[in-house]
Design a protein around this ligand. Structure first.
Ligand code: RUB
Length: 311
């Protein structure tokens, strides 16, 4: 039984080599699949203990994307409730459930693209932030339908995930403009729709996404520009129904500036922020397009198993 691959994936998530809430969830599922296939445990109990330990290692990698614990807990829940008593059967179930999670997750992004594209009109200028596969899928899907759209993407300092976004969109031939994060308000009057992704969605419909998202939402609200969030249902945060607050990741100051050059100065590197539901027009999920106020319903329907009798 080895945690080698699991630890390697956990490190790659921490260092952001694997990043973006969807990819993080899929790589955690894949790590559990590999763990199960390599496990030599011949007793059900020791297999389950190992699997739980692997899950804990993965969950502790990064705090703000609930897709990570949701993926791990879902796989564990399905395995633990399978009624299988032999380690071999539990191993096969883990492998199958992990594969199924990954497939469903990829399918969800495709569906979000199709549903979200219906809300993008021919001639629209769409703004996006950071690098969200779900948001990009909406844009690509609208472009694929022949809509003549333009994109404005912000850099997303300090890690510049906006660079990945603009390259990805340019590869599709979509006219794309890169701006610095602080230029958002200056160009908002030229924007028709904003589409961003999510790391977590709370029970009240608030969206946790890359730092800077809430400023864009505020600016969109002021300019009466529609603000959409593209997110799979496994980005809804079950524990927020019970009063939990989503932890905002704070990363190394050195990602922002070299602390040696700023002695005596605090450098803060908040990786995410919270956009209140009042600034969000729609959340596009694979189960349909909903207002942020329906978040609680999604959590009730999709995560009853996770919250159980703690409701
Ligand atoms: C990524 C980010 C993305 C969401 C959604 O932050 O904020 O908007 O994770 O992405 P980081 P996706 O780069 O720090 O992980 O739609 O791909 O799941």
């Amino acid at each position: 039984m080895t945690l080698e691959y699991v630890s390697e994936v956990s490190e790659r998530i921490q260092s952001m080599e694997i990043r973006g809430a969807g990819k993080i969830a899929r790589s955690a599922a894949e790590a559990l699949r590999v763990f199960a296939s390599e496990s030599t445990a011949d007793e059900a109990q020791s297999f389950l203990e190992g699997l739980r330990e692997a899950g804990d290692v993965l969950i502790s990698s990064r705090p703000s994307a609930v897709s990570l614990p949701n993926a791990v807990k879902y796989i564990l829940y399905r395995v633990e409730n399978s009624k299988a008593t032999e380690s071999d059967d539990l191993r096969k179930i883990t492998i199958n459930v992990a594969k199924e999670f990954i497939e469903n997750s990829l399918e969800a992004v495709d569906k979000i693209g199709l549903y979200g594209a219906k809300r993008i009109d021919d001639g629209d200028t769409v703004m996006t932030h950071c690098n969200s596969s779900a948001a990009i899928e909406v844009i690509k899907s609208a472009w694929g339908e022949g809509k003549d759209i333009k994109v404005i993407a912000s850099e997303a300092r300090p890690r510049y995930q906006g660079y990945i976004t603009v390259r990805e969109l340019a590869k599709e031939g979509i006219p794309t403009t890169l701006i610095v994060d602080s230029a958002v308000r200056a160009v908002m009057k030229k924007v028709n729709k904003v589409v961003v992704g999510a790391d977590s969605i709370a029970a009240n419909g608030a969206v946790i996404n890359k730092i800077g998202t809430s400023q864009i939402a505020l600016s969109a609200q002021e300019a009466r520009v529609l603000f959409f969030v593209a997110a799979e249902t496994y980005k809804f945060h079950p524990e927020t129904c019970l009063g939990d607050i989503v932890e905002i990741e704070e990363r190394e100051p050195s990602e922002v500036a070299d602390p040696k050059e700023f002695e005596g100065i605090t450098i803060k590197n908040l990786a995410f922020d919270v956009t209140p539901p009042e600034y969000i027009d729609l959340i596009v999920t694979e189960k349909g397009v909903i207002p942020p106020q329906a978040a609680i319903m999604v959590i009730k329907e999709e995560f009853g198993w996770a919250v159980g009798d703690r409701w």
